[in-house]
Design a protein around this ligand. Structure first.
Ligand SMILES: *Cc1c(COP(=O)(O)O)cnc(C)c1O
Length: 398
């Protein structure tokens, strides 16, 4: 393999040449069932005809304008997004981490604008992931991502999800600006936070005047069976929310959404992007949004999710030496492994099943939202075959 790429990934030698729906094909035509979907990004599968049509039609009109000019697709998509959730305004970026940077900047500037420039602290949580740029990685605070990159930035506070008293003190500290949390922790291992916890945090943030940021980059856009995961629970809506991954159905785009009050300080000149929300991204994202909003899709997600988690629960019962337990929400499924998760991903690949890794020794199943019932059954068959192979590789009990 090439050594001219920075060695920041440890890739299998496999090469895919084309994709269709939930399947990826190597050059010799071997088909792999894709339950990774570009890490929860290809929410409508590969090469969905409506997305291909939207992209190619736009490619023949205008590729890029600059945000100093109107991009009509942005106005259309911002109207759709704000009509579907708590938010009033949207800033479009190219990626998840950029959406997070916009959220952090929006929160700090809100306080500065209101005469409280000392309010800079961003409260984040162990086991969270917000991206790889400096602000985002400091907000998540995972040492695996911050080590060796210089001093931790000032103004970032870390709490544990279960340390409610610490969280409360952090929120009521006079320097607190914002709290950022994923309603379902994705990279951390598909850990779904409960409605009681989310509501308590919402209440404390409101009382303290701290802005609540939900990072729905992985959990949003229908992944859990609602457009946004926090919409499962009454009274939990954030002030600011980040979205990316599935927003473009595989085309790079991210967004930071906010209430009008939370974004009041984001005035002319305070933020920007060359490419963010460019016409190609907007054409695909608008088409993806309309497909994800199809009335039949969320009930489908819940049906397929139930099938997969029941099947995986059953496998966990029958392979306790390989699988420990199954968790997550909707089609953001985490299977905690007894065997090493990275090795198991290789065994799954041997069965031509692609799954993602995750924290706490998880493998994640993040299939396209339109995975069929037959494909879900096939995924379970292949997952179990990988479990059999993992069991066969275990040292024999004495
Ligand atoms: C993937 C992810 C990000 C980072 O998105 P990029 O597009 O890789 O920058 C941030 N937050 C969450 C919850 C994610 O899952």
């Amino acid at each position: 393999m090439s050594d001219t790429l920075m060695a920041v990934y440890n890739r299998p030698s496999l090469t895919f040449e084309r994709g269709e729906g939930s399947w990826l094909y190597t050059a010799d035509g071997t088909a792999y069932l894709d339950c990774m979907a570009g890490i929860a990004t290809n929410a409508l599968g590969h090469c969905h005809p409506a997305l291909v049509a939207a992209l190619t039609a736009q490619a023949n009109r205008i590729w890029h304008l600059s945000n100093v000019l109107r991009v009509p697709g942005q106005e259309v998509l911002a109207d759709k997004l704000t009509a579907a959730c708590f938010a009033d305004t949207v800033f479009f970026a190219n990626s998840g981490t950029e959406a997070v940077e916009c959220a952090l900047k929006t929160a700090r500037r809100y306080h500065a604008h209101r005469g409280n420039p000392e309010r800079i602290d961003v409260i984040g949580f162990a086991g969270s992931f917000h991206g790889r740029t400096y602000g985002a990685m400091n907000a998540a605070g995972n040492p695996a991502y911050t080590d060796g990159f210089g001093p931790r930035l000032p103004g970032y506070v870390q709490c544990r999800i279960d340390a409610l008293e610490d969280i409360r003190s952090a929120i009521f500290a006079p320097t607190a600006a914002a709290l950022i949390v994923e309603p379902v922790q994705g990279e951390g291992g598909a850990r779904a936070l409960d409605g009681h916890w989310l509501r308590q945090i919402r209440e404390w943030c409101s009382q303290a005047g701290v802005l609540l940021i939900h990072d729905e980059i992985q959990s949003g856009m229908g992944r859990t069976g609602r457009l946004f995961a926090h919409q499962w629970f009454e009274g939990c809506a954030p002030d600011i929310m980040t979205v990316a991954k599935a927003l473009g159905g595989g085309f790079p785009v991210g967004a930071c959404l906010a209430t009008r009050a939370a974004s009041e300080a984001m005035t002319f000149g305070s933020h920007g992007s060359t490419f963010g929300g460019n016409p190609l991204a907007m054409a695909v994202a608008n088409a993806a949004f309309d497909l994800i909003r199809d009335a039949a899709l969320m009930p489908h997600v819940l049906r397929i999710a139930a099938r997969l988690s029941e099947g995986l629960d059953d496998i966990a019962r029958r392979y306790p030496d390989v699988v420990s337990d199954v968790r997550g929400k909707g089609l953001l499924i985490g299977v905690r492994m007894v065997v090493n998760n990275r090795e198991f991903m290789g065994l799954a690949r041997d069965q031509r099943l692609l799954v993602a890794g995750g924290g706490e020794n998880c493998v994640r199943l993040l299939p396209p939202l339109n995975l069929s019932a037959a494909e879900a059954a096939e995924a379970l068959t292949r997952f179990e075959a990988a479990c059999r192979a993992a069991r066969a590789a275990l040292p024999q009990a004495a």
